[in-house]
Design a protein around this ligand. Structure first.
Ligand code: B16
Ligand code: MG
Length: 214
């Protein structure tokens, strides 16, 4: 079947904000005396800020109240936003930019489907603030990935049924969300190893071949 739209995850697919998430969670975990490494960080990919915090706190011996947790999540976000301020158009790779342009030139509609509440800010920083036909992000959903809500909303914004859209993801939670919503899914990085993906990408530019082969 010919795809009519592509829904891209943001963090880890369009740009590498995953490194900044790691640095921010690591700073918070160090402050709290909780062990945290890159393997722990992989469990946070695609899941919401508060769910991520709950995962980080699983290794803590202390029980925290809801208001303490809210303060910690805000603190992590303050650190993360400070790191994001270093980003600029140079953080959008040539490969991603030219591939997006090629897909658009084929007539595909392009959307973002991200759990992040910072998605509009990040897109602005990398010069894609007005590029996409639709942006569905953490600000407009009540259930984070692996719930399909963020992708269903993106497809709806594009005016397309899920089976006409391809989701591009780097996280297992995102692959699960895509499949639960009835989407085909192309996996990058860790998601390329996920048996539930329809397409396994070695590079972002492989998307051109997938859409060619359709
Ligand atoms: P924020 P994605 C996700 O973005 C990140 O992968 C995940 O690590 C983060 O916790 C989540 O956004 C929420 O981000 O704190 O900025 O609202 O991969 O769905 O684009
Ligand atoms: Mg991601």
């Amino acid at each position: 079947m010919q795809y009519k739209g592509i829904i891209f995850d943001l963090d880890g697919v369009i740009c590498s904000t995953d490194q900044y998430h790691f640095e921010a969670w690591k700073a918070l975990a160090d402050e709290l005396g909780i062990p945290f490494d890159t393997r722990d960080n992989d469990h946070l990919r695609g899941v919401s800020r508060m769910e991520s915090l709950n995962i980080v706190l699983e290794k803590s011996k202390t029980q925290y109240s809801q208001s303490e947790k809210e303060y910690m999540a805000e603190e992590k976000n303050r650190i993360y936003r400070r790191l994001l301020c270093q980003m600029g158009p140079q953080d959008l790779s040539e490969e991603v930019r030219t591939t997006l342009d090629t897909l658009r030139a084929k007539g595909l509609k392009l959307a973002i489907g991200s759990s992040s509440k910072n998605a509009p800010f990040i897109l602005e920083r990398i010069g894609l603030g007005t590029y996409f036909d639709a942006i569905s992000d953490g600000n407009g959903i009540t259930h984070s990935k692996p719930d399909p809500e963020v992708f269903l909303k993106a497809a709806n914004m594009l005016g397309l049924r899920p089976e006409l859209c391809l989701v591009v993801e780097d996280a297992h939670a995102g692959v699960e969300a895509a499949r639960a919503g009835g989407f085909n899914c192309a996996g990058l990085g860790a998601a390329a190893e996920d048996a539930r993906t329809t397409w396994k990408l070695k590079t972002f530019a492989d998307l051109r071949d997938i859409c060619e082969a359709e």
